[in-house]
Write a protein that binds this ligand. Structure first.
Ligand code: DAT
Length: 177
């Protein structure tokens, strides 16, 4: 059993920037008591960012350093990991993976509002159109633990959070301590 040593499951929330990962992770964390790990923030705090990429207007990530820093946290269980990529985390870390999806026009407005423009804006919209993160998640984890969730509206957000809470209750029944 992959998760035998965990007293609570680890959840990966992934998807293109702007699909609502941090909003959902915060709500879920407040409702469940699981700890939200914002990987982009962790990378800054643990000094895992290398040189700045001018084209993508972001820093290059030292993945090995980041993963080393997360290992003990993940082994404890009970973590909600929020990150815009799904492919470099160890498969054994997660009990379930949610890929948030947003319609392109809605995502465009959200990213514009965030100040994205030019190539960065276009690349992120393409990432969503080509469902890059969903494919990444499906090729990195067992298909049956990867779930696609629409996140266009607040109603969908609420439904998604409630659905995950139900899953968590079932996990506790299936994994008695
Ligand atoms: P991410 O963490 O994936 O980059 P976010 O949580 O910061 O995204 O959300 C981006 C913006 O969109 C933010 O202003 C909140 C809003 N938003 C997110 N999910 C939403 C939803 N399901 N319905 C309406 N607005 C949403």
């Amino acid at each position: 059993m992959l998760n035998m040593h965990r007293n609570a499951p680890n959840i990966l929330i992934t998807g293109t920037p702007g699909v609502g990962k941090s909003l959902m992770s915060r709500m879920l964390s407040e409702k469940t008591g699981l700890k939200w790990l914002d990987v982009s923030k962790l990378a800054i705090e643990n000094e895992c960012l290398d040189e700045y990429d001018e084209v993508y207007q972001c820093s290059v990530l030292d993945e090995d350093k980041l993963l080393d820093g997360m290992e003990s946290l993940m082994n404890e269980g009970g973590k909600i990991v929020d990150y815009h990529s799904a492919e470099f985390f160890p498969e054994r870390w997660f009990d379930i993976v949610f890929v948030l999806r947003t319609d392109n026009t809605i995502l465009y407005d959200r990213l514009k509002e965030r100040g994205y423009c030019g190539k960065k804006l276009e690349d992120n919209i393409d990432c969503e159109i080509f469902q890059t993160i969903l494919e990444e998640a499906r090729s990195s984890y067992r298909k049956e633990i990867v779930h696609e969730l629409m996140s266009n509206t607040v109603d969908q957000l609420t439904d998604n959070v409630n659905r995950i809470c139900q899953w968590l209750e079932q996990w506790k029944i299936d994994n008695p301590q």
